[in-house]
Structures are given as structure tokens and as C-alpha cells.
Design a protein around this ligand. Structure first.
Ligand code: NOJ
Ligand code: CA
Length: 667
């Protein structure tokens, strides 16, 4: 990575008196967040407070290995402190520069049973804290039965969560007191009674398993790390030396602070790719929604094939003349008639009615990137065999983006989607893709943990109940997208695939054929059109899809807002937010600000302040807002576009309809 070090401070101290209490405490740079460690009967515990509020009570740490050796009783050998302050430039993201500033306490421990060495590193940032374990000694085989890391909360916090599931993240959220959240997926977001926001997640998973959080049987305010198991019910099989992922606790006085945080990226390693000049965030459309609506099919044998040469050229023409840089084409390759069976796809043979070379050349002549597609159906054994040839084909054609998908149970069938087997697989795919100069959009992924800093070609992920559910199920309620930025969104970019204009999905009703058993016949998107445009700013993704059909965008006055939205930002500020209710975000690219807001089922009028703008400058404000009578069910397509002149002292009110939203462009 082009690591432009504007300021780098690293200070290292050895702690001399290991037994003085103050020496087992680490403060964030501002001093507001504290992590304290204690030893009791050889066990190690940590706790944390934020501005005089206890946020995590003393919580245990350690492991149980597969031979039932406990790694929970330790002697403290040495302690070191590090102070670090640096700035780095991500290749894409919410910011063009990120400060990484923390204080670290590194404990060197020896377990008292087997004399094994283990280190625990704690880092305190202003926006949270984290810890990870390292096994420094050579050991060819370590099998972990259980990670004994706990998070014990002093209060019955108000929580936003989805059920833990070892195979999918495509779920709707609950908002309940902590006591009702018995087994949850991560990120796990909550608010304390005093108002502090916390979210638990993990960073930099390498060769490990991903984490869920399980309530303790005897204490509903205590959660234990519960790793997704292998078939033999062990959770991690590895060799040492190795590091566990970071256990991360975001902490913020405001809900918006969670979104603004770069904690996860800061806890990941810098880029391993020396040349990143080929990595470019883009906006894209797709031969995609028409299949989900049942207008066309992925397979060719239906007579309604979507990925034909002719159709692809039509989409390319639309993209080229409307400021859209990319096109994903699903159903281009043979095998869809066998989707769900083993070895269904070879990933290199196009259907007869899709001339891949002609399509790519046509796209190139119009300056549009083709995004290739690999649906694996979860058949990892087959995909790994064909990975090189699949990427090599795309590289030879000049295709630099691939969307992949894992819709189906994992083959080998003994393994879970989110276990270590799949983490290894995703690592392999991301490295192989980088070797072929390919950027990735991964659907049905393992929950991201910030790998994109180390492999910036790993652009975006689904791992969310996205737009597709509005095409063939009861759909996603408006509160869903008001919850996502504070939950799933904290793990990294989301390919939610927003931007549907034909909200009622009626326009091509007569051409739709039911293909998905979850389709009860009356599907629609549950938001207004302004909400759909706003999502493209609110839900960050460096590959951002405008998901609707070109026919629905063509000549639509509101589409010019989508055309102008960038896929990477210089600056991000959350102006106002309440989890699950509404969120207003301002993002800057160059001198232009994009401000977007969405609301849940309730209409609301928000006062808008513009004190983030440059002083003494007049800005032209173009906005697209819900019409007075707009409503996500009764009148979802009512919008008003208007222009006015404002400055940093202006004060206006914005009304969002039920399930509504707005977008403003200021320059
Ligand atoms: C599920 C993905 O989320 C969706 O985007 C894709 O179209 C289908 N699988 C088929 O690959
Ligand atoms: Ca999906």
C-alpha cells in the first residue's frame, strides 16, 4: 500500500513492576476509555470503562484445547507498553485518510499446567478496544475445543441482533433487552442505560473460525465466544506460531460514532499488495434483478434466458450513457440447470447465446467494466479445483471484477459456511483473485472482519438480508435498513443492491414466473423511491449496485442522482441517527457533499444543519425528497426534485415519509 506516513509515533516501554495495579491498565489516547486486567487464582480477567461508566465487567479469558488441556491458568512473565500514532491511506472507503492511534499493553504469559507460552495484547483506542491472543512457540498441531473469552455486561443493555446461524447471515434483526438475546451473530450491537453504544465484533480472522456469542447458562448478561465448529466439533485446527483474531469492542457516545469508526480496519494489517493501482471502486448495474423477479432465468433452457449477447449490449448501452461504470452478468455460463447439484459449473463455458468475447469487446468500446460471475452453489470442492482456470479466463478477456456466490449447503457437507474450512477457502480465493488482478464481490460470505485492508481487491460482501428478498419473499421492512449500518455494516462494506425504482414490481407483472418457494405472489419493495436512492449513500459499498432494470431507470428524472453518487469517499459524518429508526449521513468526495437519510415505518421531519460545509461559501443544493403524500405502501414513487442556494449557516427542515428518505447533493 502507498503508506504515506504523515506522522508516525511508536513508543515502547517495558513494565518493571508487574504487580502494581496501575501497570495492568491501558488507557485510550484521550484517557476516556480504560481497560484493566487482573489475575485471580492464576486466572486472567479484563474489564472496561468509558467516561466513568462501567461497560464490561471483569470477564475471563483463555482456551480449552482438544485433549482437554486447559489454557486458562497463567503466570505473568513480562509486560510491555506501546503507544502508536499513524495515518494511512486506504485504497477506497469511507475516508481518504485514517488515523490509527492507540495504546497497547502486551502481556507475556506462561500457562502453569503445560508451561506453554501465550501472549495477550490489549489495545485501547478512542473508539473502542480490542484484544488478541498469540501462541509464539513452534507447535505443528494445535486443536482448540473452545475459546474461553467472555464479555460480561453490568446492565441489561438494549440490543440489536440476529440469531446465530452457522450457515447464513440473511436474517431480520431483533431489538430486545440483552436477556432475550441468547445466541447471537456478530456484530452484536447494544446501548447501555446511560446511553453509550457498544458493538462486539472481530478483526483480522486468519486461519481460525468465525465467532458467535452465546449467553452463559447462569448469567444472561454474560456472553462467551462460541466459534463455529468443524464436523468433529472442535473449533480451530492450526499450528503455532499463530494469532487469534482480535476480539473487538466498539464504544461510542453516539449511534453514528459506530459507523464513523475505522477501528476494524486499524486492527487489520496493511496491504500485502504492493501495486494497488488496478483496484477501482465502481457503480454497477446487472442482468440480475430480472432473474430475481422471475422475468428471465439464469439457465438457458427456459427460453427466457437473461444473459444473452443482445441483452448484455442493451445493458451496456444504458450504463455507458448514464454514468454507470460496470455491469454484472449472471447466468452467462453453463450449469444453471443443475444448480444445487455437485460439479454443476465449470466456470469457463458460456451458454451458446452468450458470446463472451463480443460482449467484453463491446463493453470495452463503451468504457464499461464487465463484472464476471461465479455461483458455486457452495460446492467448494469443485470450485477450488477450477479456481485458477476460472480466474485465468476472465484475466485473458480483460475482466477485472468477479461476483461470487455460495447459495447452497457447503460441499463437503460436513462443514459449516462460517467455520474455519470456509475461512481458509475465502483466504485462498482472495489471494488467487489478487494474483489474477481481480476484484471481488462475495455473496453468502463468512462475516467480514476487515480483510479488505490487507487485500483491497476484496471489495464488498453480501452477508446480509439484501434486496433480493424483496423480489421473492415477504421482504425487508423499512426498519431493516435503518438497523444495518449499526450492525452488519460495522463488519465492512455491504452489497445490499439498492436503488429499485419500480417499487411495486408491477410493471412487468405479466412476464413474471414464480421460481422461488418463498414467493407468496405479492412481493414489493418496502420503501419509497427516495429511500432507495438514499441507500446508495447510507449503505457503503465500493462496488455499489443500482439494482433495477434499465427500463425502469430510462428517462427517470431521479436517476441523475444515482449517476452522480461516487463509490469511494474522502470524508464521512453521521449527522443524526437512532438505531432501527432513522439515519442521516453526509459523505464528501472532493468539494461535493452527498447527504442522505432514511427512516423506518414512521414519517419524520428533521431539522438539518450544514455546519460541516465550508464557511463563507455558497452551495447549490439539489435534492430529491419524498412528496407530501408519499408513503412506502400507498404511494412509494412520489418524489420532488428541487434546487436552492444555501451556506454553512442555513437551517432547513426535511420531511421523510413513512419508509421514506432523501438525498441532497451540495457543491
Ligand atoms: C444469491 C445472491 O445473493 C444473488 O445475488 C445471486 O443472484 C444468486 N445467489 C444467484 O447466484
Ligand atoms: Ca444472498
Amino acid at each position: 500500500m502507498r503508506k504515506t506516513t504523515l506522522l508516525l509515533i511508536v513508543l515502547l516501554f517495558i513494565v518493571n513492576d508487574l504487580h502494581a495495579d496501575s501497570n495492568l491498565k491501558v488507557l485510550s489516547p484521550s484517557g476516556e476509555l480504560t481497560v484493566e486486567i487482573k489475575f485471580e487464582n492464576k486466572r486472567i480477567f479484563y474489564k472496561s470503562s468509558y467516561k466513568d461508566e462501567k461497560i464490561v465487567n471483569y470477564s475471563g479469558m483463555g482456551f480449552v484445547l482438544s485433549n482437554s488441556d486447559s489454557l486458562c491458568f497463567f503466570d505473568l512473565l513480562k509486560a510491555e507498553r506501546v503507544t502508536y500514532d499513524d495515518n494511512w491511506k486506504p485504497v477506497w472507503g469511507q475516508y481518504s485518510a485514517i488515523r490509527n492511534n492507540y495504546n497497547e499493553l502486551l502481556l507475556y504469559l506462561k500457562d502453569i499446567n503445560q508451561n506453554r507460552l501465550i501472549n495477550i495484547c490489549f489495545r485501547a483506542y478512542d473508539d473502542g478496544f480490542a484484544y488478541k491472543y498469540s501462541f509464539p512457540e513452534n507447535n505443528p498441531e494445535i486443536t482448540i475445543k473452545s475459546e474461553e473469552s467472555y464479555f460480561s455486561f453490568p446492565e441489561n443493555n438494549n440490543c440489536w441482533w440476529i440469531w446465530a446461524d452457522y450457515n447464513t447471515l440473511e436474517k431480520l434483526y431483533f431489538n430486545t433487552p440483552m436477556k432475550e438475546a441468547s445466541h447471537v451473530a456478530s456484530p452484536f450491537t447494544m446501548q447501555t442505560p446511560k446511553g453509550t453504544f457498544i458493538s462486539i465484533h472481530e478483526a483480522a480472522i486468519d486461519d481460525y473460525s468465525s465467532m458467535t456469542l452465546k449467553q452463559d447458562n447462569n448469567d444472561s448478561l454474560t456472553f462467551k465466544v462460541n466459534l463455529v465448529p468443524w464436523a468433529d466439533s472442535t473449533v480451530v485446527k492450526t499450528s503455532a506460531p499463530f494469532n487469534t483474531p482480535w476480539r473487538v469492542v466498539f464504544v461510542s457516545p453516539s449511534a453514528g460514532g459506530l459507523i464513523e469508526s475505522s477501528l476494524l480496519l486499524n486492527l487489520n494489517e496493511p496491504s500485502e499488495l504492493s501495486d494497488v493501482s488496478w483496484i477501482k471502486p465502481i457503480k454497477y448495474i446487472g442482468i440480475w434483478w430480472e432473474m430475481h423477479l422471475g422475468i428471465s432465468t439464469w439457465a438457458m433452457n427456459s427460453g427466457r434466458h437473461g444473459a444473452t449477447t443482445e441483452n448484455a449490449k442493451r445493458y451496456i448501452d444504458f450504463a455507458a450513457s448514464n454514468g454507470i461504470e460496470g455491469l454484472v452478468i449472471e447466468g452467462w455460463n453453463k450449469g444453471w440447470e443443475n444448480w444445487g447439484t455437485k460439479d454443476a459449473f465449470d466456470f469457463v463455458t458460456p451458454y451458446q447465446d452468450f458470446n463472451i468475447k463480443e460482449v467484453v469487446e463491446y463493453a470495452r468500446s463503451k468504457n464499461v467494466e464487465i463484472i464476471g460471475h461465479h455461483e458455486t452453489g457452495g460446492d467448494i470442492l469443485a470450485y477450488e479445483k477450477k479456481l485458477d482456470s476460472a480466474f485465468a479466463l476472465y484475466k485473458s478477456l480483460g475482466i477485472k471484477y468477479v461476483k461470487s456466490g455460495y447459495a447452497g449447503p457447503v460441499n463437503p457437507s460436513t462443514e459449516n459456511h462460517h467455520g474455519q474450512y470456509m475461512i481458509r477457502h475465502f483466504n485462498k480465493v482472495m489471494r488467487t483473485a489478487a494474483k489474477y488482478g481481480i476484484m471481488l464481490d462475495v455473496h453468502e460470505p463468512v462475516i467480514p472482519s476487515g480483510w479488505s485492508r490487507t487485500y483491497p481487491n476484496l471489495m464488498t460482501f453480501e452477508g446480509v438480508r439484501g434486496m433480493e428478498w424483496n423480489a421473492w419473499s415477504s421482504g425487508n421492512p423499512p426498519s431493516h435498513t435503518c438497523t444495518l449500518p449499526f450492525t452488519r455494516g460495522l463488519a465492512g462494506p455491504m452489497d445490499y443492491t439498492p436503488g429499485i425504482f419500480d417499487i411495486s414490481e408491477q410493471r412487468f407483472e405479466e412476464r413474471r414466473v414464480k421460481w422461488n418457494w418463498l414467493d407468496t405472489g405479492r412481493t414489493s419493495v418496502h420503501s419509497t423511491i427516495c429511500n432507495q436512492i438514499a441507500l446508495m449513500v447510507v449503505l457503503y459499498s465500493p462496488l455499489q449496485m443500482a439494482a433495477d432494470l434499465p427500463d425502469n431507470y430510462m428517462n427517470h428524472p431521479a436517476f441523475s442522482f444515482i449517476s452522480q453518487i461516487p463509490s469511494s469517499w474522502d470524508e464521512t459524518k453521521v449527522l443524526d441517527a437512532k438505531i432501527g429508526e432513522y439515519v442521516v449521513i453526509a459523505r464528501r468526495k472532493g468539494d461535493t457533499w452527498f447527504v442522505a437519510g432514511i427512516t423506518n415505518e414512521k414519517s419524520r421531519t428533521l431539522p438539518m444543519k450544514f455546519d460541516f460545509l465550508k464557511r463563507n461559501k455558497r452551495y447549490t443544493l439539489n435534492k430529491c425528497v419524498d412528496s407530501e403524500d408519499a408513503h412506502y405502501e400507498n404511494n412509494p414513487t412520489g418524489y420532488i426534485i428541487s434546487t436552492e442556494i444555501i451556506n454553512s449557516e442555513s437551517d432547513i427542515k426535511i420531511k421523510m415519509a413513512e419508509g421514506g428518505g432523501f438525498i441532497m447533493i451540495l457543491n
